[in-house]
Write a protein that binds this ligand. Structure first.
Ligand code: IPD
Ligand code: CA
Length: 264
């Protein structure tokens, strides 16, 4: 019998409410008013609406918890002693805006310097990936395990690709060239939180990306860990929540990827 804690229940119900609003907007994309935030980073009316829904629900249920959210509001930094919700209302905004059905809502709960619970909601498939410290990782009611590949041969690896104005393009090309020579396939899906959920579900064997934000990866971190994998910094000394550099998978796949990505 699966134990849904009070926090997980609150996170799921707020995500489901937001998902309804997001799906309505996804179906009416042409009517949305879109503004541009930075380069290639679009914020939609749908984004802000979804975040407000999640924010209000979580605030009502847990008035003393802090918030770290993509679309501003009470944007603060992570305080290790404070319970903090880390929220991305629509991860994969560019997909969403273009009608590509690969985007997610990501909500994590952080305390004592780590993520203690996380959910990634895929509205299009009505799926909830969720995990809680010591309880395991699940897709709806089904327990998740990372894939058990022993090395990169035959592996399917997801990745993030830097874009206009973002990241180190030269280094990325070098890394991608080196990894693609060793794997069965690479995939750039376009929503880091869902990419990490796919690692937890064993659909892809690994994932790496540089320069993500805490809200892109917080829920995914605990999903992968509770599914028996690891999600760590690319140079192994860094903390992904601080630097946004992350590699995830089972320990063997992560070790192999780290070796390649850290080549001079
Ligand atoms: C983006 C997605 C994407 C990643 C970008 C993120 P957003 O989040 O997670 O996969 O490559 O770096 O910014 O902007 O769609 O919420
Ligand atoms: Ca995001």
């Amino acid at each position: 019998m699966i134990r849904y804690s009070a926090n997980i229940n609150i996170m799921i119900s707020s995500a489901r409410k937001a998902a309804k609003s997001i799906l309505r907007d996804f179906g009416e994309l042409e009517k949305l008013q879109v503004s541009v935030k930075g380069q290639n980073d679009f914020v939609t009316v749908a984004d802000v609406k979804a975040q407000d829904i999640i924010y209000n629900e979580l605030l009502k249920a847990r008035p003393n918890y802090g918030f770290l959210m993509e679309e501003g509001k009470q944007k603060n930094s992570l305080n290790e002693n404070e319970f903090t919700w880390i929220i991305d209302p629509i991860d994969g905004t560019l997909n969403f805006m273009n009608g590509v059905p690969y985007f997610a809502i990501s909500i994590a709960l952080y305390n004592n310097s780590k993520v203690i619970a996380g959910i990634v909601c895929d509205p299009v498939h009505n799926d909830i990936y969720w995990a809680e410290e010591g309880v395991g990782a699940y897709l709806n009611d089904q327990r998740l395990r990372v894939a058990n590949k022993r090395n990169l041969d035959n592996s399917l690896i997801a990745l993030g690709i830097p874009f206009l104005g973002r990241g180190d393009h030269k280094k990325h090309i070098k890394n991608q060239k080196a990894v693609m020579a060793k794997v069965a396939g690479l995939r750039r899906f376009g929503a880091a939180s869902l990419d990490l959920a796919y690692v937890a579900a064993g659909r892809v064997d690994g994932f790496w990306e540089y320069g993500l934000s805490a809200w892109d990866i917080a829920a995914g971190l605990i999903l992968v860990k509770e599914a028996g994998g690891i999600a760590v910094g690319i140079d192994n000394k860094e903390e992904p929540l601080d630097t946004g550099n992350i590699v995830a998978g089972n320990i063997k796949v992560v070790n192999e990827l780290q070796k390649i990505l850290n080549l001079p």
